[in-house]
Design a protein around this ligand. Structure first.
Ligand SMILES: NCc1[nH]cc(CCC(=O)O)c1CC(=O)O
Length: 306
């Protein structure tokens, strides 16, 4: 009997499609002739349709996932492929972000047509980014530069750079690599000084929690060290979350029998920052501990925005 095709939901941006194809290619490589047919289903989400306002203003991360998750819950889709960093920490009942491909480089790239590095930007240079985290870290490292909002997909952002809308922008190395555009990176930012967003660089696969056929299908492409790091980072984020208005950075690395986590939270203007590290054997409690510690350091006012 011909096995039923697998329907794979994804956003329809070039980056999302590249990620969906990567998952399909890996499944085909892993399963060979026994691979089921995998149908990629591109979907437009509310987040993709809103291009003119910062996302933190319109309602945040769920905007990119609602339609796709409805497809999983109704059975119209079997799996959904996401950039883990765009995923909320709380998913609808019945769904899990349970499988991850091996993480690509989690760092950010500094991209400029005029200047060689963040440090070499002249005073009052303009950096375009819509990411609260990147804006806050840039302001922390370079209080003299001007940060302007800058949205759109990777192609749009590069075009704006050519048009002189900004002197530089920041993009995830992983996204550039997946688009075959890594050569536009001018400088790779140090992961300690410029820690990434939780989940950056990791492709996550969302599915129904009770779907043994999908668990079996995904097992050979699942990367455990990435899952350990992501479990830790997402537990950390869940402690801090609440709004997408707080700049939060976090990066975990699985070690022999454990995990190391580095976290940084800042005010949007970068003037106040709280930073810490935790290690341990249980990824969830490591994330939980650091999130709780940084939240306590920051105090309640920190998260209400100012
Ligand atoms: N918010 C958009 C987004 N979501 C994931 C990535 C990069 C790929 C990744 O982190 O896996 C990007 C682009 C960027 O931040 O430059």
């Amino acid at each position: 009997m011909q096995p039923k095709p697998i329907r794979l939901g994804t956003r329809s941006s070039p980056l999302a499609l590249a990620q969906a194809h990567e998952v399909r290619d890996r499944l085909i490589a892993a399963w060979g002739v026994s691979a089921p047919e995998i149908e990629i289903v591109p979907m437009s989400t509310a987040g993709d349709r809103i291009q003119d306002r910062p996302l933190a203003e319109v309602g945040g991360k769920g905007l990119f996932t609602e339609e796709i998750e409805a497809g999983l819950l109704s059975g119209a889709l079997d799996i959904a492929v996401h950039s883990s960093k765009d995923m909320p920490t709380v998913l609808p009942d019945g769904l899990v972000l349970g499988h991850f491909l091996e993480r690509e480089d989690p760092r950010d790239a500094f991209v400029s047509l005029k200047y060689r590095s963040l440090a070499e930007l002249p005073e009052a240079a303009v950096v375009g980014t819509a990411s609260l985290r990147r804006a806050a870290i840039v302001r922390r490292l370079r209080p003299d530069v001007v940060v302007v909002p800058y949205r759109g997909n990777v192609q749009t952002r590069l075009r704006k750079l050519g048009e002189g809308v900004a002197d530089a922008t920041l993009l995830a190395v992983a996204g550039l690599k997946r688009l075959g555009m890594f050569d536009v990176a001018t400088e790779i930012l140090d992961i300690e000084a410029f820690p990434p967003a939780v989940g950056q660089g990791a492709i996550g696969i969302e599915s129904r929690a009770d779907d043994p056929r999908i668990a079996e299908l995904l097992a050979p492409i699942h990367h455990r060290p990435t899952a350990i790091a992501l479990t830790c980072e997402r537990a950390y984020l869940a402690r801090l979350d609440g709004s997408c208005r707080t700049p939060i950075a976090g990066h975990a690395v699985a070690t022999d029998g454990g995990v190391d986590l580095h976290g940084l939270i800042l005010t949007p203007d970068g003037s106040v920052a709280h930073e810490g590290r935790e290690s341990g054997s249980d990824p969830e409690s490591v994330g939980d501990r650091l999130g709780t510690r940084l939240a306590a350091l920051a105090g309640p006012g920190f998260f209400s925005g100012s």
